[in-house]
Design a protein around this ligand. Structure first.
Ligand SMILES: NC(=O)c1ccc[n+]([C@@H]2O[C@H](COP(=O)([O-])OP(=O)(O)OC[C@H]3O[C@@H](n4cnc5c(N)ncnc54)[C@H](O)[C@@H]3O)[C@@H](O)[C@H]2O)c1
Ligand SMILES: O=C(O)C(=O)C[C@]1(C(=O)O)C=C[C@@H](O)C=C1
Length: 386
């Protein structure tokens, strides 16, 4: 099929997809699309990454002579994305080409430069078939071993079609954009549209700042006494999870989006400086109010973070079930939840340091929480409402 002349729902087409870059993102997309019936080809400069992605069910390694893909997904590190997109547009003149890089404006600028520089070649870099995208889902681990087919389920996936700077018109064809949207949907994501620069300004705040904050906090721990670290509870774990992210990737992300990040960091620096002054004399008139203001401003910001499916913030109620730390306990809890007929909207598991128990936190619709807590207690579980 030619994806440029077919609409995504025409006869429920499943175009052949090539994924270039079979790490965390590429392999996760491969698993997702294969589960949806697509033939997926894989290619990566690392033979190991290719082989692992194949072995975990992300697709088959593309061989010389294989039929051309109809959709190409570039899931490589940001610094090589523009070049990989340009090459794919030339190599597969009928294909829609997407990338999934975490930054969009600089890649588009580099791609335009490449396209201009190669304008005289026999096959030009045809940007009407390129659609920039960014799945807002990932993990602090990289490589195909960390891949998950359900990584994108209910997560936002941003589509950032380029506009012609002179005319303001959308550069990619509507068919190309529709297929980009379809790839995101078939991976289970929810689709958002944004201009590339608006995207970069937004992720500076909601993705790049959190990464910096986590790294800054976690870097304080390097020389901390083991006895202090032994006390670590969920606060530290919540705030530092993404401090385990790949330095190579984040060097590229932060340096490609430096200007909006710097602007946010100036504001943060002012707040930190103010807090330092306040805490240097915490009993001085006004200091207590200043501290309270900092925490309540944090409360207000936190309350604006949307829940699953972009639902209004804090629309789920939580309860915690204490389980023994042994195989089968989570399945047993979920089995009992299913008997009550309550849908689990979100779930997470924590361990109590030094104790052989786990805490399964279930998020459910507020109207069902009391009923579920009561039923689970009747089934013999120890339930804590939070
Ligand atoms: N990690 C995340 O949480 C996350 C989330 C959303 C988007 N992204 C974006 O997805 C892309 C991939 O990130 P990842 O986390 O999967 O990284 P990863 O390190 O897990 O995988 C990247 C893969 O790209 C391969 N690669 C290197 N150069 C290549 C090239 N020239 N052509 C093709 N492949 C090449 C590497 O060998 C590696 O297997 C990046 O652009 C990143 O910004 C990452
Ligand atoms: O949850 C994580 O571990 C992530 O790395 C996710 C996250 C994010 O900030 O939300 C990180 C960078 C990507 O560009 C997209 C997603």
């Amino acid at each position: 099929m030619n994806p440029l002349s077919t609409t995504p729902d025409a006869g429920r087409e499943t175009p052949r997809v090539l994924i270039r870059g079979t790490g965390l993102l590429g392999a996760s997309i491969g698993i997702g699309l294969r589960a949806d019936g697509h033939e997926v080809q894989l290619s990566d400069p690392s033979g190991t990454a290719e082989a692992i992605a194949r072995d975990i069910g992300a697709g088959s390694i593309r061989e010389v002579g294989d039929p051309d893909p109809e959709i190409v997904v570039i899931a490589a590190p940001p610094e090589v994305v523009a070049e990989e997109v340009a090459d794919a547009l030339v190599e597969f003149p009928q294909a829609v080409v997407l990338d999934v890089a975490s930054v969009k404006a600089e890649i588009l600028r580099a791609l335009r430069e490449l396209a201009d520089g190669r304008a005289d070649e026999v096959t030009p870099v045809d940007l009407t078939r390129y659609v920039g995208t960014h799945p807002m889902a990932g993990r602090e681990q990289s490589g195909p071993v960390a891949a998950r087919g359900e990584l994108f389920t209910s997560m936002p996936w941003v589509i950032t079609p380029a506009q012609d700077p002179a005319t303001g018109e959308q550069v990619p064809t509507q068919a190309a954009v529709a297929w980009a949207e379809e790839v995101a949907r078939r991976c289970g994501a929810t689709v958002h549209y944004m201009d590339p620069q608006e995207h970069d300004d937004s992720v500076a705040l909601i993705s790049h700042l959190p990464q910096i904050a986590a790294s800054l906090v976690a870097s304080r721990l390097q020389d901390a006494p083991t006895s202090a670290l032994a006390l670590a509870g969920n606060g530290l774990r919540d705030v530092t999870r993404i401090a385990a992210s790949d330095p190579n990737l984040w060097v590229q992300i932060l340096s490609s989006n430096a200007a909006p990040v710097v602007e946010i960091l100036h504001g943060l620096r002012d707040d930190v400086a103010r807090l330092i002054r306040t805490l240097e004399d915490p009993r001085a008139p006004g200091s207590q109010a200043d501290i309270a203001q900092l925490i309540s401003e944090g409360n207000s910001g936190r309350a604006r973070v949307p829940g699953k499916h972009g639902a209004p913030p804090q629309s789920f109620a939580r309860l915690i079930v204490i389980v023994d730390d042994r195989p089968g306990q989570i399945a047993a809890v979920l089995n009992d939840v299913a008997k009550v007929g309550v849908n689990v909207e979100d779930m997470r598991m924590d361990h109590s340091a030094g104790h052989q128990v786990g805490m399964v936190e279930l998020s459910v619709l507020p109207g069902r929480r009391d009923e579920l807590a009561e039923a689970l207690t009747d089934f013999g579980w120890k339930v804590v409402q939070s």
